[in-house]
Design a protein around this ligand. Structure first.
Ligand SMILES: [Zn+2]
Length: 234
């Protein structure tokens, strides 16, 4: 699930020459969807495919409804210092993760989703443990995807110092879907804004993100294989 930031009444950041973040985010998401679908390996959906306002919680809900296995939010924000440029990648901070884990354990419907019907009547303490395990897996997956994205983007474009960061973004709070937020650059920086206006640059950003998604799934398949082998030896 690709999540182009902002939209509708919320323009997001407004660039130094008047470009709206919501437009850059949507255009890059379209390009990334095109590239991913061209491989024939992915089913790609967008939280929004037009200029419409969608609340953050609804974006997460959409990913859950569609049973997304990855959630990638796409942004290009602004800060006061116009000299700051470069891309960065965010995963959810620990604090928010713990709160989400607690909330997850309380909701039987959520537990159903990952535990399968056979655990429907699991005692609360078991449901809690399962929820914690799912949250751990999700965090590990988010971290793998974030590192993959940083490595891939870093090859092609300027990055912020310590580009892999953590924050309490609402849009990253799905407990069971590895989620990252990519800041593709700063609308407040004239060089970043000028680049993000160019389709060729957006295609390059999308290509870097596509490579990261490919690497993520290649590594995840390997991890699943190891689990499978361990299961057999038990
Ligand atoms: Zn944004």
């Amino acid at each position: 699930m690709l999540d182009p930031g902002h939209g509708g009444k919320d323009p997001g950041a407004i660039g130094v020459s008047g470009t709206y973040e919501k437009q850059v985010a949507l255009a890059t998401a379209f390009e990334l969807r095109r590239q991913l679908e061209a491989t024939g390996q992915y089913r790609v959906e967008l939280t929004r495919a037009r200029d419409v306002f969608i609340p953050l919680e609804e974006r997460v809900a959409k990913a859950q409804e569609r049973r997304a296995v990855l959630f990638v939010s796409m942004h290009a924000d602004a800060i006061a210092d116009r000299g700051v440029r470069g891309a960065s990648v965010y995963t959810l901070s620990n604090h928010a993760s713990d709160a989400q884990t607690a909330a997850l354990a309380e909701r039987e419907n959520s537990a159903d989703r990952f535990a399968g019907p056979e655990w429907h009547n699991a005692p609360p303490e078991v449901a809690h443990i399962l929820a914690s395990l799912v949250r751990q897996e999700t965090r590990a997956g988010s971290g793998r995807l974030a590192r993959s994205l940083v490595g891939s983007l870093d090859r092609d474009m300027p990055m912020l110092p310590n580009p892999e960061r953590h924050a309490g973004f609402v849009v990253l709070k799905a407990a069971d879907i590895p989620s990252v937020l990519v800041e593709m650059g700063f609308m407040s920086n004239p060089a970043d804004e000028a680049q993000l206006r160019r389709p060729q640059h957006r295609a390059m950003v999308a290509d870097a993100m596509k490579r990261a998604v490919d690497a993520y799934f290649a590594a995840t398949a390997h991890v699943a294989e190891l689990h499978h082998v361990e299961g057999i030896s038990d």
